[in-house]
Write a protein that binds this ligand. Structure first.
Ligand SMILES: [Zn+2]
Length: 378
């Protein structure tokens, strides 16, 4: 394929944004409070992110498209009386973003209130509750949007067999939650929750796949019936040094020896698979970009899938905020554009839902499509 800048190879880029309320590390409400939440990230961060992104263009003349993932789940219902309250409250914002070619997707969290502990925690065991949370969240969001959402991105990037089957039953076509190789055992945190951040994506492939109903982390085997949803994993890169640093950081949060052992056995050898949000330090993000450029040069095309949170785009210079920051976002967007051009490959920004159109058969889940996805997006 020959692209507009004359490059033979092309890098497709998906950027997702989790439009959560402000988190405690970004001056948001603690998890041991049922009070209404703060939404400065959505009110101010989203417009700022759009302005920054509009400063660059891909080889098709378009600024980065962003897939905005809007909360709709039982926590919102409990606090505001409507699962999809964040859609209704900021409807003008979502509609103006959708009009300009961004995608509005669904971001459900399984936050459940514990009377015993007096806090929100991540529910990962109660099947009935998890199914209800997703069914109600999806129905409410569709009602507000006037159409079903095509795409989902799960809170904490968590899935298990129940949740993957449920989003499939709800008609979601693309889910971009997987982080291949990642396992975190879940933990209490200093912001009041007794348990959250559990994920298990061990043995998940790096390319898009159609999951097995009996193991959400892998593609269905030849004789096994597959689900219909396409799982689009976040892009990862491998690094020995950064892998050790990341595991040490997580180890400090592990509460027991068993969890610690699980953590250190999750990645074999010295090279860990790491995801990189587009708001992380440019040193780390550039590792991901370099890996993806190499892949596009070798295979003709590659897909980079990254994300960020709305509260990270507020101005945190000198006062508070976490590892992920607005100024990193601006540098990473510009650096991505520059490095792709220097490598003489083309870049095209797409929404998560549009990755289905890359193969031209958005509604069909054929063997051919699976094969194509594996070949082009791996
Ligand atoms: Zn979230």
């Amino acid at each position: 394929m020959t692209e507009p800048n004359g490059a033979d190879n092309i890098l497709y880029v998906v950027i997702g944004c989790d439009c959560d309320p402000d988190r405690p590390q970004y001056s948001g409400t603690r998890y041991d409070s049922r009070a209404p939440l703060k939404w400065r990230g959505v009110r101010e961060g989203i417009r700022r992110a759009r302005e920054i992104a509009d400063g660059i263009k891909d080889d098709f003349g378009n600024p980065p498209k962003i897939t905005w993932c809007v909360r709709s789940d039982l926590q919102m219902d409990e606090i505001y009386g409507d699962c999809a309250w964040p859609y209704g409250k900021f409807a003008d914002l979502w509609e103006s973003l959708a009009e300009r070619g961004d995608e509005i997707a669904w971001h459900p969290h399984l936050w459940r209130w514990s009377d015993e502990h007096g806090c929100w925690y991540q529910e990962i065991e109660d099947e009935e509750w998890m199914r209800e949370c997703l069914r109600e969240g999806s129905t409410a969001l569709s009602a507000h949007m006037g159409r079903p959402s095509l795409t989902s991105r799960m809170g904490w990037e968590f899935h298990n067999n129940i949740t993957m089957q449920q989003i499939d039953e709800l008609g979601i076509k693309v889910d971009f939650s997987a982080v291949p190789g990642r396992f975190t055992p879940g933990h209490a945190d200093k912001w009041g929750s007794v348990f959250n951040c559990y994920v298990d994506w061990r043995n998940t492939p790096e390319g898009a796949y159609v999951p097995s109903p009996s193991d959400y982390r892998r593609e269905a085997k030849t004789k096994e019936e597959a689900l219909r949803v396409t799982e689009l994993p976040m892009s990862i890169f491998r690094s020995g040094v950064l892998g050790i640093a990341s595991r040490l950081r997580r180890a400090t949060k592990a509460k027991s020896w068993d969890r610690l052992k699980q953590l250190f056995s999750a990645n074999n050898g010295n090279t860990a698979s790491l995801k990189a949000y587009i708001t992380i330090h440019p040193y780390i993000f550039s590792r991901l970009v370099t890996a993806k450029i190499n892949e596009a040069q070798q295979n003709g095309s590659a897909l980079l899938v990254t994300a960020f949170h709305a509260d990270e785009i507020l101005d945190w210079r000198g006062h508070g905020g976490g590892l992920h920051r607005c100024q990193h976002f601006a540098k990473n967007v510009q650096r991505l554009r520059r490095e792709v051009a220097n490598a003489r490959i083309g870049v095209k920004f797409v929404t998560a839902g549009e990755t289905l159109q890359l193969v031209g058969h958005a509604e069909e889940h054929t063997q051919w499509r699976r094969h194509y996805l594996r070949r082009c997006l791996a």
